[in-house]
Design a protein around this ligand. Structure first.
Ligand code: PA5
Length: 425
């Protein structure tokens, strides 16, 4: 399904020389003995997930299908990025659909929320508010505005059908609020952290509300779980990728640029940045994750990558088959001189740009490239790549003796902000 090509990664160590470490860490992950082992629920989630709740997600989405043309998802970080990455990857940026999705609760920007409320005022709205803690300020504030908007538009009674909360099974203010207002609720499992939670109702419900076949997402997840349940570095490409990252950091590369050639994967890059950055960036260690969408960003960042400070390596996610293709038309006048491409598929042009860039960056620029190929941007592939990157993240972090599942540093800005806001103790 997903393959790693490290032939252009300019590695100075053999990946296989890490077999012993990989075997040890693989055991730690699967036997749940490493730091943060309370948060390894995602490992066998493809088998252990709550099947009844999963069916309820499908039923709720089905029930609301004809009642809405606008799904508003309210959440931030792990309660936001995965759902958005999945929806955009699977449906593209302008899908042929009568439903749109709008994301709020991921910013304090007053302009943003005001414009959203204005934009959705005449639409048939359904809201999914997502927060594990139930206390995240960005989400709670946006939801307060949204709740008032919804109650004014529909009345409290109809809001019971139109607002769904995804939160902790028992704790937190959102759970209490949802129970009091009579909203349908879905559970964020205790043993899965925010950035690994897209495979739970956190990601599955927004995807289902947008008409995505979440059974196929889970099929992909399960196949990846089975395919990657081996410590053998000759066959486990997710582990080969994790080891390659460690080798590249040993060679002095402290920045990883996650590159795609599809605008609908831009948010996957954002999701990847949280997954890797929040998992690995602690105790003064880790590789800074960055992301770029080519060829767009070749016209801005390309110069730096080619000739700038040699701080980075690239991880290219290469999609074999586009969701849609288009053919360059012939133009008898040829005023734009583009007729030499007439009759060619645009995806072929995209692939040639990729090939040329790879050679420019690796051979001329000396920038290492890890190339991961993905067959397509389907629901199944989304589920598959989630597990692939989860297990690679756990491996790469444990190889550094880092707990991949906590994020103590995130609290610092919140403490300062709460003091400035005068939040009661
Ligand atoms: O990964 C994380 O822990 C964070 O990104 C959280 O997901 C984010 O802060 C949202 O938290 P919550 O779901 O509690 O609102």
């Amino acid at each position: 399904m997903m393959k790693l090509d490290s032939t252009q990664a300019l590695l100075k160590e053999e990946i296989e020389s890490y077999q012993e470490t990989v075997t040890r860490v693989h055991k730690m992950i699967h036997e749940k003995t490493g730091p943060g082992n309370d948060f390894l629920g995602w490992v066998d989630w493809a088998e252990t997930y709550d099947k009844e709740e999963f069916e309820r997600i499908i039923q709720v989405a089905e029930k609301l299908k004809d009642k809405t043309n606008c799904v508003v998802v309210c959440g931030i970080g792990g309660s936001y990025l995965g759902a958005r990455a999945g929806i955009e990857m699977i449906q593209g940026m302008y899908p042929d659909s009568d439903k749109e999705v709008v994301f709020v609760g991921n910013t304090f920007s007053s302009t943003y929320i005001s414009q959203v409320l204005n934009h959705i005022k005449d639409k048939d709205v359904v809201v999914n508010v997502i927060s594990k803690s139930g206390t995240t300020t960005e989400t709670a504030l946006a939801f307060r505005l949204l709740k008032q908007f919804m109650e004014k538009k529909y009345g409290k009674e109809e809001c019971k059908d139109r607002i769904i909360a995804t939160t902790d099974k028992a704790r937190g203010t959102l759970k209490a609020l949802a129970d009091k207002e009579g909203y349908e609720t879905f559970v964020i499992p205790d043993n899965i952290g925010g950035r690994y939670s897209v495979i739970t109702p956190v990601g599955l419900l927004p995807m289902a509300l947008m008409g995505i076949d979440i059974k196929r997402v889970m099929d992909g997840l399960k196949d990846a779980y089975n395919d990657l349940n081996t410590d053998d570095l000759k066959v486990n490409d997710a582990y080969r990728y994790a080891v390659s990252r460690r080798i590249l950091q040993n060679q002095g590369y402290n920045v990883e640029m996650f590159v795609t050639y599809e605008p609908q994967l831009t948010m996957l890059g954002e999701w990847f940045k949280q997954l890797m950055g929040e998992s690995e960036g602690k105790e003064g260690k880790g590789i800074l994750p960055d992301s770029a969408t080519f060829s767009t960003d070749l016209h801005s960042l390309g110069q730096f990558i080619q000739e700038g400070n040699k701080v980075l390596f690239e991880t290219l996610l290469k999609v074999e088959k586009p969701t849609l293709d288009a053919v360059v038309p012939n133009d008898p006048e040829n005023l734009d001189t583009m007729n030499y491409l007439a009759g060619k598929n645009l995806d072929w042009v995209n692939k040639m740009a990729m090939q040329g860039t790879l050679a420019a960056h690796v051979e001329t620029g000396g920038v290492p490239n890890l190339v991961i190929s993905l067959p397509d941007m389907s629901d199944y592939s989304f589920g598959y790549q989630c597990y692939w990157f989860f297990i690679a993240t756990a491996m790469t972090c444990y190889m550094l003796d880092i707990n991949p599942f906590n994020q103590p540093g995130v609290e610092v800005y919140k403490k300062n902000m709460f003091k400035l806001l005068g939040k009661p103790e």
